[in-house]
Unconditional design. Structure first.
Length: 304
């Protein structure tokens, strides 16, 4: 699919029904809106933008009473220096005294702990760059909601904070916790509300008042013309970017080898948070093959 800038602008002016027909004509590949679940980034972000949802998710995951969510920031980009590796956050929420970064992780890979470390560092740097002193750093949670078990221990939650190796009763007190939730292990969670939320993320089965409310809101959002248009346009831009990347890779492959060019395009697309399924469909590989290339690339990068 080749869509030039002028065509993209024209597409944005179409009515929703016309836009859907044009997407089919252009063979834009994306998951149908009706099939989106809370675990899909786009719907996850749209729902978490609602304060009641964001607050409810935080309270059920952490088992706390959150304060008033002043403003959940979605897809916030932090890139403190021109040549540094930036990040794009799914959800960044504050309740006045605590900072919550919540990420939906649909692909399991070995570098998740290192990614979480980097996220925490940039979040702290972002705060300090706004003129705050070290003592002003607030309590912070970096939360990764994982579709697959990140540590293969079959636990529904893995909570990490800094402790002294010589005396485990001594905590560093740096006001930070890093938590991985493994939705595939929801059955073993002893906390009823959290178990119901993890189950809903894993399977879509709503078994509590809160998850039933999430299901109602999901249907409401997916039926919105604004949401459907935004979702389709996002996928048009992604498809267009991958198409041109693939074409550049083909040209480069003539001289350097198609596989090497394809590998670079996969890693580049993944760094831009393009879904693995979309990447796979455009490079002609299975999702498992794409995930393996990503895993190898991350392993090579961390060993440098």
């Amino acid at each position: 699919m080749e869509v030039k800038l002028r065509s993209l602008l024209e597409l944005e002016r179409l009515e929703t029904a016309e836009l859907e027909r044009e997407c089919r004509r252009l063979r834009v590949r994306f998951k149908p809106v009706e099939e989106l679940t809370f675990a899909d980034d786009f719907l996850f972000g749209a729902l978490m933008y609602r304060r009641e949802v964001c607050k409810g998710v935080i309270e059920r995951l952490l088992g706390i009473r959150a304060g008033k969510i002043t403003y959940p920031e979605l897809q916030k980009v932090i890139s403190p220096f021109y040549d540094s590796k930036g990040i794009r956050l799914d959800v960044l929420a504050r309740d006045g005294k605590t900072l919550y970064n919540i990420e939906m992780q649909t692909v399991a890979h070995a570098s998740l702990p290192l990614r979480m470390r980097y996220y925490q560092g940039l979040l702290d740097m972002d705060l300090l760059m706004k003129g705050q002193d070290y003592g002003d750093l607030c309590q912070g949670y970096v939360i990764f909601i994982c579709r697959a078990d990140p540590f293969d221990r079959r636990l529904p939650a893995y909570t990490f904070e800094s402790v002294c190796l010589e005396d485990a009763t001594l905590k560093l007190g740096d006001k930070s916790q890093k938590i991985f939730y493994n939705v595939s292990a929801w059955e073993s969670d002893s906390d009823g509300e959290r178990r119901s939320l993890l189950r809903y993320i894993d399977s879509g089965n709503a078994t509590s008042a809160f998850t039933r409310r999430l299901e109602e809101l999901s249907k409401e959002v997916k039926g919105s013309n604004k949401f459907r248009r935004q979702y389709m346009m996002q996928n048009i831009y992604i498809n267009d970017a991958i198409y041109h990347g693939r074409e550049m890779g083909r040209a480069e492959g003539i001289a350097t080898g198609m596989e090497q060019a394809t590998r670079r395009n996969i890693l580049g697309a993944y760094e831009k948070n393009i879904p693995v399924g979309v990447i796979a469909s455009f490079v002609g590989k299975t999702e498992a093959e794409v995930q393996e290339i990503i895993r190898q690339g991350q392993a090579e990068a961390s060993s440098r």
